[in-house]
Design a protein around this ligand. Structure first.
Ligand code: URA
Length: 211
């Protein structure tokens, strides 16, 4: 679905950054729901599919509750390469080097912007579901706390890339239905969010069933 040229351009733009690999978004054109995460992690890179690691288990729970399969929805993220950081630690007197997933920065998000724009153009989802702050920022430019916006439907223009060189986005002419939810990993780190996250998913199910 994505042209090799578009992927090559993103990879070229990612060269200065500590990012590796490329995991394509997955799902059918015309999917009603498009989930937008942050970036793939180590497991996703190994498996070659989005949301297959620890956060993927929570994500599968979201889908079960919605009554949909992975094959019916489109799953992607703001960045499709794995951002990492190397940390040296001393454990029991021995130097250990660890390679961790990290949140993508604005430059990395920009480098991948043409990919997400293209996926949205091709899929034309009925509802765009940004999961977590990075995806909300990428799609809307909002810096709001998740607490204030999850489980609510916004009819809004979204941000599409205007110029890679100028590093600018512009609002789309069309409006989209955007329904932010917590990133599945947020629940792993903060169990107190779980009840609200599933309440939001129930709201989303009602919305999905009404379209
Ligand atoms: N987090 C994401 O945002 N995407 C994945 O594919 C995995 C974890």
């Amino acid at each position: 679905m994505l042209s090799e040229d578009l992927i090559a351009l993103a990879m070229e733009r990612m060269r200065p950054y500590a990012c590796e690999g490329f995991v394509r978004g997955r799902g059918p054109r015309g999917a009603d729901l498009m989930f937008v995460g942050e970036a793939p992690g180590k497991t996703e890179l190994e498996v070659g599919k989005p949301f297959t690691g620890q956060a993927g288990k929570v994500f599968s729970g979201y889908l079960d509750r919605l009554g949909v399969t992975r094959e019916e929805v489109f799953i992607t993220s703001a960045v499709r390469s794995r951002p990492y950081k190397i940390i040296e630690k001393v454990v029991d007197g021995k130097k250990v080097i660890k390679n961790y997933n990290r949140t993508p920065n604005k430059k990395e998000i920009l480098a991948h912007a043409p990919i997400l724009d293209e996926e949205i153009r091709q899929v034309q989802p009925k509802i765009l579901i940004p999961m977590g702050k990075t995806a909300v920022w990428r799609l809307t430019g909002w810096n709001t706390s998740m607490q204030e916006i999850t489980g609510r439907l916004f009819e809004t223009s979204i941000m599409e890339l205007e110029s890679l060189d100028q590093k600018t986005y512009r609002p789309t002419k069309e409006k989209y239905s955007v329904f932010p939810i917590y990133h599945p990993a947020a629940i792993l780190y903060a169990r107190r969010l779980e009840a609200k996250a599933y309440q939001d998913i129930d709201q989303l199910k009602q919305l999905k069933d009404s379209i």
